[in-house]
Every structure is written in C-alpha cells, then in structure tokens.
Design a protein around this ligand. Structure first.
Ligand code: UDP
Length: 195
C-alpha cells in the first residue's frame, strides 16, 4: 500500500477510481475488510483517543474525507491526490455493483432515514440490491436484533452511519460477527441519500 501519515493516521494515496477498484478487490477475496474515511476532525480526535487511532491504523483502506487532509499531505513524501469522501465513494460503489450479485445493508440515521435513503438509491441505481437496514438509535437489546438481522441477510457491504467515531468503533467490534465482506463508516451519508 502506498501510504502517507497525517499525524500518525495512515492514509492510502489513491484516486477515487483507484479506491473503488480496491473495494472491488476486497469484495472478490475471502477476507473481511473495513474502510475509514477520516476528516480533519477525526484525525484530531485520534490524537487523544487511542482506541480510534488503533482502529484507523488497522483499517484496510483509509481515504481522506476532506480537502484539509489532502492539503496536510503536502509536507509528506507521498502526496494524497484528491479528496475521496465516504459519500462519493459509496455512490461510486453503488454504480459499480448495481445489477450484480453484491448486496448492501444501511445501518444508521434517525428512524425512517435508512429506508428512505434505500428507496432513493434504488431509483438512482436500478438493480442495486439493498437487502435491509435499521436506524442508528438502539439499546443493547435492539442491538442484538440488528446484529442478527445483518447476519441473516448476509450483505456483502455494510454501511454504518452512526457518526464518527461511534461507527468506526461499532464496525471494529462487530464486523467479524455480522460477517459482511466490506464495512464502511459513512457518517451522515444516509441523510444526504434520503434528500
Ligand atoms: N447517528 C446515529 N446514531 C447515533 C448518533 C448519530 O445513527 O447514535 C447518525 C445521525 O442520525 C446522522 C449520522 O449518524 O445520520 C451522523 O452524521 P454527522 O454528519 O453528524 O456525522 P459525521 O458525518 O460528521 O461523522
């Protein structure tokens, strides 16, 4: 991996097109992968949140969601070429997998948002398989049901929009159990998709 470190957070120096290709490779291999898209706030938060820093450092793909991160790389040997926002990355992935076998689960957002987002995305990307979803406000009991739901539906891609760093910590703790091939922390993306 061609990486550049910004305040100890390792970023992959990839264009959007290369990042999308990398996700396609992840989907095709036999391992699980998680993707983080930190903005400058999260890079700063990781300076004092050891757990978050560990999660970012172990991620399979880390792309800059914010032009500030791209600019910060000008002091490094390896430059980040462009902003690769989580929202745009997921839109590009949808475009690639629509009509194919890969499926997606939308986890996060206020009640009703994930289902509205799913309806909108199916319109924009005909043939996109969104197999389920759940809002991001849950207690321990509800969380068990959400985990069971994801396991049962077995999506290849799990989008988690609980806000950062909650979503990164959730993915790190539960990815193995829920079994998706690729998990991405997507922040407030469901709100944007829902319109
Ligand atoms: N959210 C959630 N559960 C929570 C807290 C937040 O599902 O316990 C959702 C919230 O509804 C919103 C998203 O997480 O859709 C956070 O969006 P924001 O833009 O604040 O996060 P960022 O993109 O900055 O990580």
């Amino acid at each position: 991996r061609k990486m550049t470190q910004i305040l100890d957070v390792p970023f992959d120096a990839l264009t959007m097109a290369e990042a999308v290709e990398k996700v396609m490779v992840f989907l095709a291999d036999d391992k699980q992968h998680y993707i983080c898209t930190p903005n400058p706030e999260i890079v700063m938060e990781a300076q004092h949140d050891k757990e978050l820093m560990k999660i970012l450092r172990e991620a399979d793909l880390v792309v800059p969601d914010g032009i500030g991160v791209v600019w910060a790389s000008r002091y490094s040997e390896i430059l980040l070429t462009e902003r690769v926002a989580g929202y745009d990355l997921t839109q590009n992935i949808f475009s690639r997998i629509a009509g194919k076998n890969e499926s997606v689960y939308f986890f996060g957002g206020a009640p009703g948002v994930a289902s509205t987002a799913a309806r909108q995305m199916k319109k924009v990307y005909p043939g996109l398989k969104i197999v389920g979803g759940h809002n991001g406000y849950f207690d321990a009991e509800e969380e068990k049901k959400i985990i069971a739901d994801i396991k049962r539906l077995s999506p290849s891609i799990l989008l988690v929009g609980l806000g950062a760093p909650k979503q990164e910590k959730w993915i790190y703790e539960h990815l193995e159990e829920v079994g998706a091939k690729v998990a991405i922390g997507v922040g407030g993306s469901f709100d944007v998709m829902a319109g």
